[in-house]
Design a protein around this ligand. Structure first.
Ligand code: SF4
Length: 296
């Protein structure tokens, strides 16, 4: 049976992958390239980040398109989406909005919930930190999920949330132990100041971050021995994050963008293909190649 551990050489090979990575190519393809121009201050960064990460379902072209449509709908000023004085216009403009299974009425609810939250708190960092301090990162995400679901009655106590709304914000503390990829991605954007992230939250240490475990990151993390779990669960998130933290305790998720876009871009075929895998920096660590030299 294969030893499911990262090789001792992995840190050096990951650094080589990172150093040679075409960041500009993948930045243009990533949802963050739509979020960054909207994030002119903390409030705009949070609002753009929450809506964009909520829409981060499907392929990156469609996600960037959905974020762009939402921004145009708010005349380029995403803070309008949480402005109670603009609520009627927001609901009217969002009517008919659709991205995959996410509907305009759900985004309208999110605008109401955030508007009520911001009437009482300056930043979502407050909610996240409350959970983080009480029970660690998963509790921080849980606190955020509760805010966004409107568990405290935000969004209109008398009005039931639209169908499917609450399910948009899974928490790792829910019975399903969701990997909560989209909320984890939002927190990465807010906390990390290293490229390409926004670094608007200053009180959460980068060493606390967890990796947003999408299917690409999970595939490569499994094959680099960073987790032995074949299913994407919160347990896998913790395992991969801990393995990366042993490599870089200060900024463990700095490899996330590179691992994710190695998959998205097709740089990694997810199978043994000597023509593509030949120049891959982590080929000696990849379970598909370990101990097999260069034989196809
Ligand atoms: S060696 Fe090939 S399959 Fe393995 S991670 Fe690199 S590109 Fe992907």
């Amino acid at each position: 049976m294969r030893a499911h551990r990262p090789s001792r050489e992995l840190p050096r090979h990951l650094d080589r992958l990172y150093a040679g990575f075409p960041f500009q190519r993948s930045y243009a393809d990533d949802p963050i390239s739509e979020v960054r121009p909207l994030a002119v201050d903390l409030r705009h960064a949070e609002v753009a980040g929450v809506f964009a990460s909520t829409l981060a379902i499907g392929n990156t072209t469609a996600i960037r398109g959905a974020i762009g449509r939402l921004a145009r709908l708010a005349d380029g000023d995403v803070a309008k989406l949480v402005d109670p004085d603009w609520a009627g216009e927001r609901a009217r403009r969002l009517r008919g909005f659709r991205h995959r299974w996410i509907r305009g009425d759900q985004l309208d609810r999110l605008g109401s919930v955030l508007g009520e939250y911001y009437a009482r708190h300056p930043s979502l960092e407050t909610a996240f930190l409350g959970g983080l301090d009480a029970g660690g990162f998963a509790s921080g995400l849980d606190a955020l999920a509760r805010v966004l679901r409107g568990d405290d009655g935000a969004g209109g106590r008398a009005r039931r949330p639209p169908r499917g709304y609450v399910a948009l914000f899974p928490s790792p503390l829910d019975p399903g132990r969701s990997p909560a990829k989209r909320l984890t991605l939002f927190v990465r954007w807010m906390v990390r100041s290293g490229y390409p992230d926004l670094g608007r939250w200053r009180r959460v240490p980068t060493g606390e971050l967890r990796v947003p475990l999408d299917q690409h990151v999970h595939w490569i993390a499994y094959h680099l021995g960073l987790t032995a779990r074949r299913s994407r669960s919160w347990g896998a998130v913790e395992e991969v994050s801990e393995a990366l933290r042993r490599i870089d305790p200060i900024d463990p998720v700095r490899y996330d963008f590179v691992l994710c876009h190695t998959g998205i871009s097709g740089d990694c075929p997810k199978e043994r293909d000597l023509a593509v895998c030949g120049p891959c920096s982590v080929r000696p660590d990849c379970l598909l190649w370990r101990g097999k030299g260069t034989a196809a």
